[in-house]
Design a protein around this ligand. Sequence first.
Ligand SMILES: Nc1nc2c(ncn2[C@@H]2O[C@H](COP(=O)(O)OP(=O)(O)OP(=O)(O)O)[C@@H](O)[C@H]2O)c(=O)[nH]1
Length: 268
Amino acid sequence: MENLDVNRRMIQVHKDRVVVGFPQAQTKNARIDEKYDFDPRVRQSCASERASTVGLKICKMIIIGDMAVGKTCLVNRFCKKAFDRDYKATIGVDFEVERFEILNTPFTLQMWDTAGQERFQCIASAYYRGAQVVVIVFDVSEMRSLASAQSWLEAAQKENAGSQLLTFLVGTKKDLVTDAIYRDVEHEAIKVAKGLHAEYWGVSSKTGENVKELFTRIAALSFEGAVLRELEKRQFATPPKTIGSSSFRIGSTSTQASSKQKLACCKM
Ligand SMILES: Nc1nc2c(ncn2[C@@H]2O[C@H](COP(=O)(O)OP(=O)(O)OP(=O)(O)O)[C@@H](O)[C@H]2O)c(=O)[nH]1
């Protein structure tokens, strides 16, 4: 791998995946936070504890939306810097892993690219569970695909009841429409995004426009959420009780462990 900082002590990542500053939203009036920097508790925790004790963070992201809107191309543009003009339907799910280094801490984003075709829905929806991030994709040159955004989110929420999902609405194929048409689409998409409590982004996997920025933002926000959850868990952790010579802790399941199990499942 080229362009690596060989001095890093932890898992080496490509310099494109090193995040130090807080990535901003693409559209000011369609962002899900009012912040311009990482939460100070997150910065402090990462600065004082370093990777060894902050621990490896893993988040699961699912990419959902109608068939042929460009979900696979979006993932491939980011992960492989590639674009394929030919449509090959995803059967069930595809899976990619991207490693980042955020505030000097290793972070892994699992990307579950799911099938949009109706006939593969029962397979695909089985993989929604355990997601922290949902990316709903629509095609800016096909407005019908925006109308189904709500039902896609409901399907993801059904499998993740009780969890707060970090949600993005992404319009793809920006290269296929004129600027004037795109402005109208964006206006509509922002309205839909607000209704879904999602952040809106417009991208092109063909040209690469906004793709890296989108995924960097997703990585930063999901990382921040993971660190905050861990800090909260530590704050309310029950001290271990000792029975004889063995000790146990109530409610000690970790996101990291369950994600690893899912990863193992997926490899079977
Ligand atoms: N011009 C243009 N075409 C795109 C873009 N993104 C995807 N496409 C094309 O749209 C078609 C469908 O893309 P996919 O990424 O396979 O769509 P998908 O959403 O994964 O489809 P399913 O697997 O059926 O759910 C392909 O022919 C792509 O080349 C884009 O940004 N611009």
